[in-house]
Design a protein around this ligand. Structure first.
Ligand code: FES
Length: 329
């Protein structure tokens, strides 16, 4: 058994075959993560000393990352004692991941290819999460899919999901063809570490594509419950879609110093709003990125491009938080 030390000086044991991410969690330390399958890059961490071994392909690392000593903690265990350049996330330490039964409370249509699904938990489930996190729904036949929670914690504990239709998707066939109110499902969660952080940055920038707006909506609801937490800060919400019908929701931000900018990549000639891509829109607006924190959720491509161009334009590396939607059929 090897020992893994993180930047705060805390340490945990790592056993062969178990990811460092899971080993840390087993000892009450939460490291940044999202997909847990090597694809999103959220758990990318630099190894300062010691040897590790990968048991999953580290798909989101570049050859340059490999040369510079970066690894994915969801894909590796420690071979020797190891030191990582990573912090644990205190706020998530007390939140337990649970598997619970749930029922569909309501189904609604947000757009021609996006459903709103509201889940109801057994009374007094005390399902606690941070806005921004996601959960896995386990549906008919044990099929499991991940969805961001689209609302901040509610008294009635109901959970809203935004579900996009995936062509020939097994779970999509259920959601769009068979799901009805009161269906019994199971969920596992909350998962991921995407959530608001306490940062000094003057600007808070949200970037979303498609149903990536769901966790942004949840985080905005959290901010609206306690607007004093963002006093003196400017909030920008950029939401990218292809056409007008992709912009299926409008935030209520009048209480905040906030700007909402839908950005379309294939707008019709009648569209008078922003066009192009969300990361380009941020650059066009000339926001001081050295004084900003970014929360991005949506396609892997947007996240990859946004991280690259915004960091080149001055965004501190540790001020980019992301949750990439990794596609499953
Ligand atoms: Fe490790 Fe996504 S690559 S959590």
């Amino acid at each position: 058994m090897a020992s893994v030390k993180i930047s705060s000086g805390k340490s945990f044991n790592s056993a062969a075959g178990d990811s460092m991410l899971d080993s840390a969690r087993a000892e009450g330390l939460t490291l940044e993560y999202s997909c847990r399958t090597g694809r999103c890059g959220v758990c990318k961490t630099k190894v300062l000393s010691g040897e590790t071994e990968a048991f999953l392909d580290e798909l989101s690392l570049s050859p340059e990352d490999n040369l510079n000593g970066y690894v994915l903690t969801c894909c590796r265990f420690a071979l020797t004692d190891v030191e990582l350049d990573v912090e644990d996330i205190g706020a998530l330490g007390d939140i337990k991941i649970r598997t619970l039964p749930c029922r569909i409370d309501a189904l609604g249509v947000l757009a021609s290819n996006v459903l709103q699904v509201v889940l109801r938990l057994p009374p007094n489930s005390r399902f606690t999460y941070l806005p921004g996190q996601y959960l896995d729904v386990i549906g008919p036949g044990g099929v499991r899919r991940s969805y961001s929670i689209a609302n901040a914690q509610r008294e009635d504990e109901k959970l809203e999901l935004h579900i996009r239709e995936v062509e020939q998707g097994v779970m999509s066939a259920y959601w769009f063809g068979a799901a009805k109110a009161n269906d019994l499902l199971r969920l596992e969660g909350p998962l991921g570490t995407f959530s608001l952080r306490e940062k000094d940055a003057r600007n808070i920038i949200f970037l979303a594509t498609g149903t990536g707006i769901a966790p942004v909506k949840a985080m905005l609801e959290q901010i609206l419950k306690a607007p004093e937490t963002v006093m003196g800060k400017q909030i920008f919400v950029y939401w990218g879609g292809r056409t007008e019908s992709d912009i299926y929701w409008q935030p209520e931000l009048t209480q905040l110093a906030a700007v909402f900018a839908p950005v379309l990549s294939r707008a019709s000639s009648s569209w008078s709003g922003r066009t192009g891509y969300v990361q380009a829109a941020v650059l066009e607006d000339g926001i001081d990125l050295t004084q900003s924190v970014v929360y991005a959720c949506g396609s892997e491509n947007m996240i990859f491009c946004a991280r690259e161009v915004l960091q080149k334009a001055g965004l501190p590396e540790r001020n980019f938080y992301a949750d990439a939607f990794v596609r499953s059929n």
